[in-house]
Design a protein around this ligand. Structure first.
Ligand code: TRP
Length: 424
């Protein structure tokens, strides 16, 4: 449940649909699903396994398991850079969610035309102070929660929120499928057009898999470090990853019928969801008001819980490494990430730069290092014992997993990156 809570978030509802739109639909979906199963799930398992083996979070885990290894020893520090950069972007989008919630409460988008909705939202994102203000509001809420050390209480909300979010997704999907553009949307999402696929497309899909599974920045390691004793690790992680992909598919099915019905641009980028969805609510009458408030309300809290876990990781590292007090660490991390978020909120260029840096470069690099560490640095017997809980579970699956982390995943990630950066 904790894993699903961390994985399902803005990545599924905001990022996945806009990438699908930008990359021509079905082909991207197929590549994405392929990567989830071939690379994503083995990666979640690798990261988790390192944390469980070391019983430590990202910075300490590599040092504990490989004190002599010069390269891997410092890998944890990469998490800090990744954490701050992700938070920079995430907070800005969370600010957009908050703005949409306020707009929902005020008007429920009732009576607004598609042009009006598009214009209102792009006016908002391109203004200077408003996005910064909303994102600051978000940061203040998150810092208060983390600063007081009550994030565990908040994360319990996930148990209620996740099912609620899923229920809303399903309901909105069904509603979208009754729109006149539903047929076109289904065709767009199921009939691949391979002509548009380049290495960039594949790299986009790879980055999205990392982002959506919360992998490649040490979060899974932190989760692993909390767990002792035997468990069927493969089953729980694979299930969580499949649920996460289902959420993404539902989001796409909810949004694209609206895109085709209201003649919106599928490839318009990060603002897609925030423009497409209000059109659906605008059509629904009074029910639309309730639906929009509920939906953006749930999404607001889902975004808070995701941001909290990244924030919390950065605060823990600061406390451990700099021996800071919790209060000072929280203020420091909040201040630094507010600065980064303001830059992102201020300029879409910086926003896209940060997003690309994390998803196309830092997460894959961290991912390669994790699979190489499990496949080549740790001894096979050690990995096998952790994976199978001393031979109790999934022995046959272990062999497949081991082959993937040793050969398939590192080579595939490397090829995709080199290809996209024009080296091969
Ligand atoms: N997976 C989250 C989403 O889809 C985003 C995310 C990336 C995340 N890394 C994380 C969430 C680390 C929590 C912790 O929205």
């Amino acid at each position: 449940m904790a894993l699903v809570g961390s994985a399902v978030g803005l990545g599924n509802i905001w990022r996945f649909p806009f990438l699908v739109g930008e990359n021509g639909g079905a082909a991207f979906v197929i590549i994405y699903l392929g990567i989830v199963f071939m690379i994503g799930i083995p990666l979640v398992l690798s990261e988790y396994l390192i944390g469980k083996g070391a019983q430590r979070g990202p910075v300490g885990a590599f040092r504990a398991l490989a004190p002599q290894n010069r390269v891997f020893r410092h890998q944890g520090l990469l998490c800090i850079v990744i954490g701050f950069t992700i938070l920079g972007v995430y907070n800005v989008v969370s600010g957009w969610v908050l703005e949409s919630l306020v707009e929902s409460i005020k008007t429920g988008f009732q009576g607004q035309s598609p042009e009006q909705i598009s214009r209102n939202f792009t006016d908002f994102t391109s203004s200077v102070w408003k996005p910064i203000l909303y994102c600051t509001g978000y940061m203040v809420i998150t810092s208060l929660i983390v600063g007081r050390g009550i994030e565990k209480g908040i994360e319990k909300w996930n148990k209620i929120l996740m099912p609620l979010l899923f229920a809303m997704l399903v309901a909105l999907c069904i509603n979208s499928l009754t729109l006149s553009g539903a047929g076109d949307a289904i065709e767009f999402l199921t009939k691949p057009n391979w002509n548009q696929v380049t290495f960039q497309t594949v790299l986009d899909a790879l980055g999205q898999v990392f982002f959506t599974l919360s992998v490649g920045m040490g979060i899974m390691m932190t989760y692993g470090s909390y767990v002792r004793g035997s468990e069927n690790m493969f089953r729980s992680k694979a299930t969580a990853s499949v649920i996460d992909s289902c959420a993404a598919m539902l989001a796409a099915l909810m949004i694209f019928p609206a895109v085709f019905t209201f003649n919106l641009e599928a490839a318009q980028g990060p603002e897609l969801v925030f423009i497409a969805l209000p059109n659906v609510f605008a059509q629904m009458g009074t029910g639309g008001w309730i639906a929009s408030v509920l939906f953006f309300g749930v999404l607001t809290i889902a975004a808070i819980t995701s941001a909290i876990s990244i924030f919390e990781m950065l605060v823990t590292i600061t406390i451990e490494e700099l021996k800071a007090s919790r209060r000072n660490a929280t203020i420091g991390v909040a201040g630094a990430s507010l600065l980064l978020s303001s830059l992102c909120a201020w300029s879409m260029g910086v926003f896209n730069g940060f997003d690309g840096l994390v998803n196309k470069f830092l997460l894959p690099v961290f991912g390669i290092m994790c699979v190489m560490f499990v496949g080549w640095v740790l001894r096979r017997k050690v990995v096998e014992d952790i994976f199978t809980s001393q031979g109790r579970y999934s022995l046959r699956i272990f062999r497949v997993f081991y082959f993937i982390v040793r050969w398939v995943a590192p080579v595939a990630i490397m090829c995709i990156m080199l290809g996209a950066f024009g080296v091969i």
